[in-house]
Write a protein that binds this ligand. Structure first.
Ligand code: ADP
Length: 541
């Protein structure tokens, strides 16, 4: 028997048209460099995204499959690019504006970008990139600062000017490329991941499920996650699809600035890495009190969210929903949510469930594989490499040959994360493979120690890395940042940790520094710490 269903290709153009038709007056708010707020609507976003598409095709000669880059903060014009570039049949390449000029040049060349849309405030970075490029893409400058575009540059407003109501979307296959992100390079050179219309639309649909991100027309969403990092967790696509109001912080990422937007724009949903949550928590703890319109859901991923952070923000009406994912997974892989049977648990125990990395999203399969290549049991204690598979998970990297270290022979993405899965399928990340500490032949999870240390009331943040030991090979070193005015010692922390860890897991070595070095996406740069403390020998007897 044949299915009687229509074969309509999935396309992000349909999401844009839907928002323009059904949510034309819903607001999209952006904070400009001078902190003033720019307000527009989905009706305007649709109109201008189509103008951009038409200009790309007719004024810049962009052909289907060409890469068109953005070097932009989070704001409405970037949202136009999210839809307008694919609407031209081209591939949106979001370039990470925190990369070095060398890395920007590398990713622009790797993608083969034909045109790049640059915020005027990012021109100082761009001008350092140009001399490093063999082929320089056409540059269009968006006057984000509100100042006239500098002489010699093409103005985005002039470029997109005109009426595009007659614009016809090019015929597309749902497997055509829609967007490209490079991994942030925490573990080496950035690698290109290329998404398709099909993967992006399916991912947007799944992410809106209420146990996952639960994005809806009633939400006011503050998009803190950078639009250059894993598509801002694809929120620009899903929020547009359902007509949620979107609020963009522009370049203002300080805790008080974000909290002002949460209050003023009546935010109900937001998203960011644990570093951002921690910063928000510290500002809330220092006061003054904030008045939110209601409870706020906060999607948190990119690194582990400790129980202390979850509980801390709960106290202020901000409820973390912990998710795991990667640039390679679009990024939604799993989300931790409580189930009906967890209702009997007290808040502390429920927070422990929420601190897991959670249940695989619909359409995503997970397995854990041991060093011998065998599948580990789902018993909640046996750990192995997490491998995933699904329609929005990459099966390879742009311009790189197939690599069995990255994609298994039977077609699963090897995440490089070490995880356990419990009997009801809840996944817990123990570490990244290379961050595990091997002490006397036994593995110690740096993530578990970090999460515990960050629960100490005098500690602002902490990272744990391996240092050398003549007998045990490696031992954990706790590198911590004290909260202002606190004089906690290594011995204090050791005592605080003692009830929660086996003796051999307890760190004997502590270092206090002013700030943990971070990657361009806000993650701890552990290789930098390993380098900094490379000569340290553990004191463990
Ligand atoms: P990069 O690999 O360049 O750091 P990604 O943002 O793609 O950039 O990072 C994905 C990795 O981040 C995952 O493989 C995992 O190690 C880590 N990660 C993501 N979410 C979580 C989480 N909730 N808990 C722990 N680690 C996480």
């Amino acid at each position: 028997m044949q299915s009687t269903m229509m074969r309509v290709p999935l396309s992000t153009n349909a999401l844009l048209e839907r928002a323009g038709r059904y949510f034309a007056t819903r607001e999209v708010v952006s904070r400009r460099p001078d902190k003033s707020l720019h307000r527009t609507t989905y009706g305007d976003i649709r109109r201008r995204a189509r103008q951009l598409a038409k200009a790309l095709v007719e004024r810049a000669g962009i052909r289907p499959g060409d890469a068109v880059a953005t070097l932009q903060w989070n704001h409405a014009a970037h949202l136009e690019c999210y839809f307008g570039i694919p609407a031209a049949g081209a591939v949106l390449h979001t370039v990470n504006l925190r990369l070095s000029p060398e890395d920007v040049a590398y990713v622009v060349a790797d993608a083969g970008d034909r045109l790049i849309i640059v915020d005027d405030v990012m021109l100082p970075l761009w001008e350092r990139v140009v001399p490093l490029l063999e082929v320089v893409p056409r540059v269009v400058v968006h006057a984000f600062s509100g100042q006239p575009v500098p002489a010699g540059y093409e103005d985005y407003e002039t470029f997109i000017a005109g009426n595009a109501e007659d614009y016809v979307y090019p015929a597309q296959d749902e497997n055509d490329a829609v967007a490209m992100c490079h991994t942030s390079g925490t573990t080496g050179r950035p690698k290109g991941v290329v998404y398709s219309h099909r993967s992006m639309v399916l991912h947007a649909l799944a992410s809106c499920a209420s146990d996952l991100f639960g994005t809806s027309a009633s939400d006011n969403v503050l998009v803190i996650t950078p639009m250059f990092h894993a598509n801002a967790w694809a929120m620009p696509y899903s929020a547009t699809m359902v007509g949620a109001k979107m609020v963009f912080p522009g370049p203002h990422m300080a805790g008080p600035d974000l909290l002002d937007l949460m209050e003023g724009e009546r935010i109900s949903l937001t998203l960011g890495v644990p570093t951002i949550c921690n910063m928000i928590l510290q500002v809330l703890q220092a006061g003054p009190a904030r008045t939110f319109a209601g409870p706020i859901r906060m999607l948190v991923g990119g690194a582990a969210a400790p129980v202390s952070l979850i509980r801390g923000l709960d106290g202020f009406g901000i409820h973390i929903r912990h998710a795991w994912g990667m640039t390679e997974t679009s990024p939604l892989g799993s989300v931790s949510y409580t189930r009906p049977e967890d209702a009997v648990l007290d808040a502390e125990e429920q927070a422990k469930v929420r601190a897991l990395q959670g249940t695989a999203s619909p359409m995503v399969e997970m397995r854990i594989i041991d060093e011998a290549g065998a599948e580990c049991p789902w018993d909640g204690t046996t750990s192995g490499e997490l491998q995933v598979r699904g329609p929005w998970i990459t099966g390879g990297y742009h311009n790189l040959p197939p690599d069995p270290e990255k994609i298994s022979a039977d077609g699963w993405l090897r995440t490089g994360d070490v995880a356990t899965i419990d009997p009801i399928g809840r996944m817990r990340i123990a570490d990244r493979t290379k961050d595990l500490i091997k002490s006397g032949g036994e593995w110690i999870s740096s993530v578990e120690l970090e999460n515990a240390v960050m629960g100490h009331p005098a500690i602002a943040e902490a990272a744990v890395v391996a240092i050398a030991h003549p007998k045990w090979d490696e031992r954990p070193l706790v590198v911590a940042v004290r909260k202002p005015g606190c004089d906690v010692t290594g011995d204090d922390i050791r005592q605080y940790l003692a009830p929660h860890f086996a003796r051999w897991q307890l760190p004997d070595d502590y270092a206090f520094i002013d700030a943990i070095p971070r990657s361009s996406t806000g993650k701890f740069l552990k290789h930098e710490l390993r380098r900094q403390f490379a000569d340290m020998i553990s004191r463990t007897p």
